[in-house]
Design a protein around this ligand. Structure first.
Ligand code: ADP
Ligand code: MG
Length: 347
């Protein structure tokens, strides 16, 4: 429930601000009119806002597409692609183009992040109860035995068919919403909408700029006080995607807090110095995959990644309460928290 409430407040605060660093331009009344739509899917409150005369039609198509993707990608729906793959006992399974594309991306990003992103962690996530909310701390032997089947490199994909080793199961929770955001943006563009913003939980994706030509202002939550914002960034045509340890977690009897992003190395919640990772880039799918993976990798791994691919921007929050952001967003980043914020040094 916490996650859902946060999703909504993130969106509201993300859109509360107006203006921006680019010049304002004159727009007609018709371009300024907006429509918005709320959808609950993928266990997340989603809100979409689109401008212009085709906004309503685009939003309806986007809603249909969200529900279709939920149906294909859900790990719990018995008619989904993922259910078929997870219950295939080693047989070859036909999947949709969407599913195949996301799995290919998951493997690519697993390779680029030293295995930090691993879609075969699903049986371990189940054991912790992160899939049902029936939380428990697994015993070490159970974890060791479950981890034997965790290895995304054993997912075999050829065109639109997937084959898994018998005991292996996948879940695309780390990437599905990013892909969904990209698909919504495509629908907007196909319908002639040039200005739109969507919030899918911790994922904000912006199409174009605001109708008056100014940038969208997107706020990012303070991981230490998740009902307040820590910074605002101004963007146009970008995905702004955050993974944090506050999104889904539980507190054990001894007071230890355990969260939903696991380190494939030991099956425990990733605890490598970061409490929040925001990835800003052109493609929602890439940013979503990376937000999860870099959270697992920790500060040094995230900075190494940035060195290898400066086409992304990052906002990292460390567990000692510091914000680090990449130089590419220095002009569009405003710290509104009491934490210190500094530019990531790539030297
Ligand atoms: P959210 O879904 O909260 O927006 P993420 O995009 O970071 O956040 O995805 C987290 C989800 O990804 C988890 O709920 C779980 O289903 C899955 N997951 C957790 N750890 C990993 C990992 N190391 N690799 C791949 N998927 C993971
Ligand atoms: Mg993610």
């Amino acid at each position: 429930m916490l996650k859902k409430v946060l999703a909504v407040t993130l969106f509201l605060s993300g859109l509360m601000f107006s203006g921006g660093c680019s010049e304002e331009k004159a727009v007609s009344e018709a371009d300024m009119s907006s429509s918005s739509r709320d959808v609950f899917a993928m266990d997340t409150f989603m809100n979409m806002k689109a401008y212009g005369s085709n906004a309503d039609i685009a939003l309806s198509e986007a809603e249909e597409r969200i529900l279709q993707l939920e149906e294909e990608l859900s790990v719990t729906s018995e008619t989904s692609d993922i259910w078929a793959v997870d219950h295939s006992s080693g047989a070859v399974v036909d999947v949709s183009e969407d599913t195949a594309l996301i799995i290919n991306k998951a493997i690519e990003m697993g390779n680029k992040t030293n295995g930090a992103l691993d879609i075969t962690l699903y049986p371990v996530l189940k054991e912790w109860g992160f899939t049902t909310g029936d939380y428990k701390v697994p015993d070490d032997n159970t974890l060791i035995s479950l981890l034997k089947n965790v290895d995304y490199s054993k997912v075999h994909i050829a065109e639109n068919t997937v084959t898994l080793p018998k005991e292996t199961e996948i879940d695309l929770g780390a990437l599905a919403k990013g892909y969904t955001g990209d698909e919504i943006m495509k629908i907007m563009e196909d319908n002639g909408v040039s200005s739109a913003i969507v919030s899918l939980g911790g994922n904000v994706q912006a199409l174009g700029s605001k109708p008056d030509g100014s940038n969208w202002k997107v706020s990012v939550r303070d991981p230490f006080a998740p009902d307040t914002d820590m910074c605002i960034i101004e963007v146009a045509d970008k995905a702004v995607i955050t993974s944090g340890n506050y999104e889904r977690y539980f507190t054990a009897e001894d007071g230890t807090v355990y969260w939903h992003i696991l380190d494939p190395k030991d099956g425990y919640p990733a605890d490598n110095g970061l409490v929040s990772v925001t990835v800003i880039g052109d493609c929602g799918l890439d940013c979503d995959a990376l937000s999860t993976a870099l959270f697992v990798e920790g500060y040094d791994g995230a900075v190494d990644f940035l060195r290898s691919d400066p086409s992304f921007d990052l906002i990292l929050v460390t567990d000692d309460r510091k914000i680090y952001y990449s130089s590419g967003i220095a002009d569009c980043f405003t710290n509104i928290s009491s934490m210190e914020a500094e530019v990531i040094s790539l030297d």
